[in-house]
Design a binder for this molecule. Structure first.
Ligand code: GLC
Length: 432
């Protein structure tokens, strides 16, 4: 039964059942769609959060979700952001536009690498049964991390660059505004958007942004998807605190997995990546904002405001005493300026937009990883608040793609797989 047919407030038991049903309804064989209609393929980090959700009731299925994602891995190590196994005319830009030359076809960029962290969680739930699957996945995870550390850094820099806003997973965040303005959209091949046929246009990126997104795809395709060249010379390269911190955390988890299977050489290689961790945090720190912030690698400029991923430093294992008070003050200010935390962009900033995707709305997946890091560093009050807010907004509105942080209404797609997964794995009282 659809949630909307039940009476509010929904009971937590109803929500648990509904969340399981959403994962099952979005299953497409051995992988899971983010939601039917709007996103008809396998998305990288969506699938990994979905695996966490599955692991609450079907650990075997959770591993399978990770395994199918890596069917889309490139020879150069990149795990693509979308794996297209069929062509769906209701989605744009599909496999033909990307022209990846891969089999199965994929997009030409990556997405935040949460996989190793999730694989560690799956493995630790049942090490004995997970061991062979971990061993098979481990070299693939290593190759993907190595791809980030070689193809997405610029001459000795340590922070990880995204070369398309889609690679960050935070498509239209104000973090990309200035760098996108420097992308010339003229001459982009005419196209028809499909996303706004599924979801109200006020909740999606603008056409001006879309032209530039497509221009960046065309540029990448024209290089034959030479990822190093795209990072070095392409029209868009921004150091992203989201991907940087998520990868840093994933490196630490991958190292623990390396030790678990006795892969000492790999553990040493990971140490060389982690050696630069603090340096990359330093590069992203903005004293003016009192937070970690994206930085345009072509101009050196910091983003103009604070995004929720600024607080992933704890999740990444970074705590710098001389910055802590300031970062905590920024966090408290942002939590206090919304009803439901964490707004994806600072509500007190003029670029905040409570409904437009990554320019303000709350995303359950980000809440989960930020709160996990805060809890690990003993910031229990903030972590609990974020978790309770996630719980309330899902109780109020259901399993939407994202939520208005001021009034709590759901926005974007509904029956959304990763929101259901995060409910099951973290927000539901069932996990207390
Ligand atoms: C949007 C989001 C991205 C997500 C995808 C599928 O593009 O910005 O993070 O992976 O939708 O849900």
């Amino acid at each position: 039964m659809a949630l909307q047919e039940l009476e509010k407030p929904y009971s937590d038991a109803d929500l648990d059942q509904r969340a399981i049903a959403i994962l099952r309804e979005n299953e497409w064989g051995d992988y899971t769609l983010p939601t039917r209609g709007l996103y008809p393929y396998q998305w990288n980090w969506d699938s990994m959060f979905v695996a966490l959700g599955f692991s609450e009731f079907d650990l075997n299925r959770a591993w399978t979700e990770v395994e199918t994602l890596f069917e889309g891995q490139w020879n150069n190590g990149m795990a693509a952001h979308i794996v297209f196994r069929k062509d769906d005319p209701n989605y744009f830009p599909g496999p033909m536009v990307w022209g990846s030359g891969q089999n199965p076809p994929t997009s030409g960029c990556s997405q935040p690498p949460v996989a190793a962290t999730v694989v560690r969680d799956l493995y630790e739930k049942d090490p004995e049964n997970g061991r062979d699957r971990l061993k098979a996945l481990f070299p693939k995870l290593m190759a993907w991390h190595r791809w980030f550390h070689t193809k997405r850094v610029i001459s000795g820099g340590a922070a990880i660059a995204v070369t398309h806003p889609w690679e960050s997973g935070r498509d239209n965040s104000p973090d990309w505004d200035a760098a996108l303005e420097n992308v010339d959209p003229s001459g982009v091949t005419p196209y028809t958007r499909r996303d706004t046929g599924h979801v109200d246009a006020s909740m999606r990126p603008t056409n001006e942004e879309y032209d530039r997104y497509l221009k960046l795809v065309e540029y990448g395709r024209d290089t034959g998807w030479d990822h190093a060249q795209i990072t070095r010379e392409g029209p868009f390269a921004v150091a992203d605190p989201g991907v940087t911190f998520i990868l840093m955390r994933a490196d630490r988890d991958l190292k623990a997995l390396a030790k678990a299977i006795g892969a000492e050489d790999s553990a040493h290689e990971i140490d060389t990546w982690l050696y630069h961790a603090e340096e990359s945090a330093d590069f992203l720190w903005s004293e003016a904002l009192g937070a970690y912030a994206a930085r345009d690698l072509r101009t050196g400029a910091h983003a103009v405001g604070v995004s929720s991923v600024a607080f992933l430093s704890y999740y990444a294992g970074i705590a710098v005493p001389r910055r802590d008070a300031k970062l905590q003050a920024t966090l408290r200010r942002i939590l206090d300026s919304s009803t439901y935390s964490i707004p994806s962009f600072d509500p007190e900033h003029p670029r905040f937009d409570s409904k437009r995707y990554w320019r303000g709305p709350v995303w359950a997946i980000i809440n989960y990883i930020v709160a996990r890091g805060l809890a690990e560093y003993g910031f229990e009050r903030e972590a609990t608040r974020i978790r309770m807010d996630t719980r309330s907004v899902i109780r109020e509105s259901g399993f939407y793609e994202y939520f208005d942080p001021i009034v709590g209404t759901g926005a974007g797609g509904n029956q959304f797989a990763w929101t259901a997964a995060i409910w099951l794995a973290w927000a539901s009282p069932m996990t207390d």
